[in-house]
Each structure stands twice: as structure tokens, then as C-alpha cells.
Design a protein around this ligand. Structure first.
Ligand SMILES: NC(=O)c1ccc[n+]([C@@H]2O[C@H](COP(=O)([O-])OP(=O)(O)OC[C@H]3O[C@@H](n4cnc5c(N)ncnc54)[C@H](OP(=O)(O)O)[C@@H]3O)[C@@H](O)[C@H]2O)c1
Length: 264
């Protein structure tokens, strides 16, 4: 696989590391305008660091674009004449819709749109992907790339904004829940470091239980709630205070905001 990451910033480098650490590329081009900060990547023998996007496109098959939205159109314009039937274009650019990409480079290209989250830097991203009509032929390839860095789900493009809220903003929502648990643990007598350790590993364990068993959260809750016991006492108090309701309302507010931003 000959891969180019166009825009090797936070996300681009996280993707590059995920691919390199799993030996997923025969060659890799990493591009940005100021390459000094990423020069060290050339220590991987198969990596070329350059500010020349055209060189990267010419010498690669899979093009992963990870620039800021404001730079994307110009870069596509500068490279579109170099695109051939070998190229698969994977965009990570938030809010940049596939029809807009097709307008610039044509619909006769394999175009994939992806929405990873920041956990990609530790190989645990929940990444949603969709494609144009032709891109459906390469969607398994894109899934295979992102599965190296977590879990991937194919969705219709219309759900991309909702996925952004649940998966990208979702990282912040879960962080707040972990922090709140940490604060509770401190109040119960653990020091701050231990409290966070308890909170984050319990969170990790809870998610892993569901992922590995395929069970429903309520089944797992039933396993730990003794009748008249302390867990149900705590859970019901949290619900009286609006735990589920506030999470759902927060998610819907985020979605309304992202929808409003898109229309603006
Ligand atoms: N971070 C996330 O978790 C996340 C999640 C999902 C989607 N996204 C999307 O991913 C994109 C990148 O986000 P980010 O956080 O990684 O941004 P970032 O750190 O700012 O990275 C963007 C990179 O693009 C480079 N760049 C700018 N102009 C360029 C050009 N003409 N040619 C080549 N490279 C160029 C910049 O470096 P120079 O200035 O040196 O050129 C910079 O390193 C955004 O569109 C964002 O919406 C991010």
C-alpha cells in the first residue's frame, strides 16, 4: 500500500503512526508546509517527508487528506489533474461533504469520507466512514486502514453530523463522566491519582464488557444490582437527578448546534 498523508498535523500524524506501527504501508509520504517538526519520521526507512503535495500524490495510491477545512479546496485544485484510477481519496475533513469534493475532482474517483476521534492516537478510534458511489468499491480497503486504529462503522453521509456528536464530541462527554466519578472517589477518600485510576479503568472495563460479550448495558447492570442494595440506591438517585436525561439533552443540543453551524 502506497500511502500519502496530506496534512501531517495532529490527526494526520496519529493516522501515520497507526499505519506505520502495524506495517500497513510499503511507502508513505507525509506532507505539510513546514516539515521541520516531522523530519524525524524519515527514520522509518519507507517514509518521505515533503511539502510537495504533487510529488506525494504522484507516488501514492491511497491519499489521506487531514488538513484544516479552509485549506482543502486549494489542495484538491492543485492536485486534481494528477489523480488517476489508482487513487483512493480519503478525507478526514469535518463538515466537507462528498458532493463538494466531487464538484472539484469529479465523481469518477474513489472518494471516502471518514470521521475518526482523538482516540486514534492510541489506536482506539471509533471511526465512521461513508463514500461516493464509486468509492463503495474501496470502502473495505478504507475500513481495513481505520480498523488498524480502532473500530470502524460504515454509515450514510447524512448521519455524519450525528456521528460527529456521538464519537468526536463524545470523547469530551465521556471525559466529563470519568472526571465526575473521580471527584466522587476523592470524596470517598482516595487521593486524586488513585481516584482517576479507579474511574478510568472501571470505564474501560464497562465498555470492554459490552464489546466482548455483545450484551445490553441493562443486563450488565442487573448483574451488579442486588435488590435493596447500594448500587440500585445510587443509580436511582442519579436518575432522579437527571443522569440519562441530561446526557440525552446534551447530545441533542450538540446536534442542533452542529446542524445550525452547517446551515450558517
Ligand atoms: N483532530 C481530530 O481529532 C479530528 C477528528 C476528526 C476530523 N478531524 C479533521 O482533520 C483535519 C485536521 O485536523 P488536525 O487537528 O490534525 O489539524 P492540524 O493539527 O492543524 O493539522 C493540519 C495540518 O495541515 C498542514 N497543512 C496546511 N496547509 C497544507 C498544505 N497546503 N499542504 C500540506 N499540508 C498542509 C498543517 O501544517 P503546515 O501549517 O506546516 O502546513 C498542519 O500540520 C481537520 O479538517 C479536522 O476537521 C480532526
Amino acid at each position: 500500500m502506497k500511502v500519502a498523508i496530506i496534512g501531517a498535523g495532529n490527526l494526520g500524524l496519529a493516522i501515520a503512526k497507526g499505519i506505520l506501527h502495524s506495517n500497513g504501508a510499503t511507502t508513505m509520504y507525509l506532507t505539510k508546509r513546514n516539515t521541520k517538526s516531522i523530519q524525524e519520521f524519515e527514520k522509518y526507512g519507507n517514509v518521505t517527508v515533503t511539502s510537495d503535495n504533487q510529488e506525494a500524490v504522484k507516488n501514492s495510491d491511497i491519499l489521506i487528506f487531514a488538513v484544516q477545512p479552509g485549506h482543502f479546496t486549494t489542495i484538491l485544485e492543485q492536485t486534481k489533474d494528477l489523480l488517476t484510477e489508482k487513487h483512493v481519496i480519503i478525507s478526514t475533513i469535518t463538515g466537507f461533504r462528498i458532493p463538494r469534493i466531487e464538484e472539484i475532482i469529479g465523481s469518477d474517483k474513489y472518494i471516502i469520507r471518514s470521521m475518526p476521534n482523538t482516540a486514534i492516537s492510541v489506536g482506539k478510534s471509533m471511526t465512521c466512514i461513508c463514500s461516493n458511489e464509486l468509492g463503495k468499491k474501496r470502502i473495505d480497503l478504507a475500513k481495513a486502514i481505520f480498523n488498524r486504529m480502532g473500530h470502524t462503522l460504515e454509515i450514510p453521509e447524512e448521519q455524519m453530523q450525528a456521528a460527529t456528536v456521538i464519537c468526536a464530541s463524545g470523547i469530551a462527554f465521556w471525559m466529563r463522566l470519568i472526571r465526575a466519578t473521580t471527584q466522587g472517589a476523592i470524596q470517598l477518600g482516595f487521593d486524586a491519582k488513585e481516584a482517576q485510576e479507579l474511574a478510568m479503568h472501571t470505564c474501560n472495563g464497562a465498555a470492554s464488557l459490552l464489546i466482548e460479550s455483545g450484551s445490553h448495558p441493562e443486563e450488565e447492570i442487573d448483574r451488579v444490582t442486588t435488590p435493596k442494595g447500594c448500587t440500585i440506591e445510587g443509580l436511582n438517585e442519579m436518575e432522579h437527578q437527571g443522569l440519562s436525561s441530561s446526557l440525552i439533552k446534551g447530545i441533542v443540543s450538540s446536534y442542533e448546534k452542529i446542524s445550525h453551524i452547517r446551515k450558517a
